[in-house]
Design a protein around this ligand. Structure first.
Ligand code: CAO
Length: 436
């Protein structure tokens, strides 16, 4: 029978009533001198209370959730003069504890008579935030190692942000978040694993000027990149004969202008898109998160890409099904003016179902517009031009409008896209639709 040794909370500085967050041993377990028995965590630090001697744990005086102060009884040991069997803490298997010398100076306990169950001082405990294990294994408290183990995280892979590289709870959480994001990205096919672009000093080749990206470009860039890489785009091209529409537009331009509206092909395109979305509801939808279902929208809000000095913005015109072309033209003029003046509000760019990007005022014959997720399709419009069109007997000069429809192939098949584009062209070509 060995001596009875009481292990008490040693000098823990200014702390008192500190919660016990871990009990690292069980009754009956053999411990070695300086092996941690419990972990305390104040709002400022995590501390371990080590055993002052080797022996078997006869009794544990604290449980998780208790609070302790200096001098409180932690455990009663049956001291073992013989070399104790070393039972490493479970977490020492994958992450060794810091060597005692690195943790705290051990104050040798005074010898006590075997029969006396007198207290034996544990060495003063010190917050070992600055402790690093030999090699590159950063220190983490048992609580944090247990947390890491629970999440299957190898602490050696975690970058500690605490003092001297100590791993804190947030580091483990951040590591898991990052790992999940990477796994998700890989699952979604985002991890292209491409080598980074080399950094080049262009001034070595000639004069250069550095220009900061505008806030709009800095925000839009990553979103465009995500949409481009994350959505399987296909762009379907078609042309619409807008000869009749252009004649109608020219005939009514002044009348519309008198009401403050600039009648451009775009407003007819908005109406045509609403009709096509009504006919093909899959285009007026979003993929539910997880990709298992489509959310079909029963409203018709159209986003319009507007070119501004600060970059591209996409204000939304709401309820386009209930508005005529003059009203749409007025709203388009008003919103694009505000967009160029940098006066759009968050309300202006939320809630679009489908977007139109028109470069028709500038030029081009076709392009690939990038889908504005979570929408599933976008219409690109290039500049109409006169072209010879065979009518069965002869070539006729017709004004042809190029349409480029990009669609999310997870939601829309090529045949549907061809039908949608044909419907659009047919709508624009039908004189019955030419009303103000
Ligand atoms: N074919 C021939 N002419 C066209 C046309 C087309 N497809 N689209 C417009 N036009 C004509 C207009 O009728 C107008 O001429 P008139 O004054 O003689 O009628 C002229 O081109 C200029 O039109 P606009 O561009 O000012 O007006 P809009 O209604 O067509 O477009 C807006 C408004 C805000 C969409 C446009 O100004 C704009 O910003 N477009 C750029 C969008 C963009 O950058 N998209 C790319 C996104 S990817 O980076």
């Amino acid at each position: 029978m060995g001596e009875r040794i009481e292990v008490r909370v040693p000098d823990i500085g200014d702390f008192s009533d500190v919660p016990v967050i871990e009990v690292l041993v069980t009754a009956g377990q053999r411990v070695v001198a300086d092996q941690s028995l419990i972990t305390l965590e104040s709002d400022k630090a995590t501390m371990e209370v080590p055993s002052s001697a080797a022996g078997a744990v006869l009794e544990l005086a604290v449980a998780v959730g208790d609070t302790v102060s200096e001098g409180d009884l932690v455990a009663v040991l049956e001291g073992d003069a013989a070399q104790p069997v070393v039972e490493p803490a479970a977490d020492a298997v994958d992450t060794p504890q810091p060597p005692p010398a690195a943790r705290a100076p051990v104050v040798p306990a005074p010898a006590t008579p075997a029969a006396e169950a007198g207290p034996r001082a544990s060495p003063p405990v010190r917050l070992d935030a600055g402790t690093l294990l030999p090699g590159s294994v950063p220190y983490a408290s048992p609580a944090i190692r247990a947390f890491a183990r629970e999440l299957g995280v190898d602490p050696r892979q975690v970058r500690g942000s605490g003092r001297n590289g100590r791993i804190v709870r947030e580091d483990v959480a951040a590591f898991v978040k990052q790992a999940l994001a990477e796994t998700g990205a890989r699952a979604a096919g985002f991890a292209l694993d491409l080598p980074p672009l080399p950094e080049i000093d262009f001034s070595a080749f000639g004069p250069v000027e550095r220009q900061e990206l505008s806030r709009i470009r800095r925000i839009a860039g990553p979103n465009l990149h995500r949409n481009w890489v994350g959505i399987p785009h296909v762009t379907h091209d078609d042309v619409a004969d807008i000869t009749a529409m252009e004649a109608f537009r020219q005939a009514h331009k002044d009348e519309a202008a008198a009401q403050g509206a600039r009648l451009t092909p775009l407003v007819f395109l908005i109406k045509a898109c609403v009709a096509a979305l009504q006919e093909y509801p899959r285009f007026n939808a979003s993929l539910e998160a997880g990709g298992g279902a489509l959310v079909l929208k029963r409203y018709f809000n159209i986003g319009i890409a507007v070119d501004t000095e600060q970059g591209l913005v996409v204000p939304v015109i709401r309820g386009c099904d209930a508005k005529g072309v003059v009203e749409l033209a007025m709203e388009l003029g008003e919103v694009s003016q505000r967009a160029r003046a940098g006066k759009l509000t968050p309300q202006d760019w939320q809630g679009a179902c489908f977007t139109i990007s028109s470069l028709g005022g500038i030029g081009g014959t076709s392009f690939t517009p990038i889908i504005n997720a979570p929408e599933v399709a976008i219409l690109g419009v290039s500049r109409a031009r006169m072209a010879p069109v065979w009518d069965g007997e002869a070539f006729q000069p017709r004004l042809m409008l190029p349409l480029s429809l990009s669609y999310d192939h997870r939601v829309i098949d090529g045949a549907d896209a061809a039908r949608f584009a044909r419907f659009l062209a047919g709508w624009l070509e039908d004189p019955d639709h030419l009303v103000l």
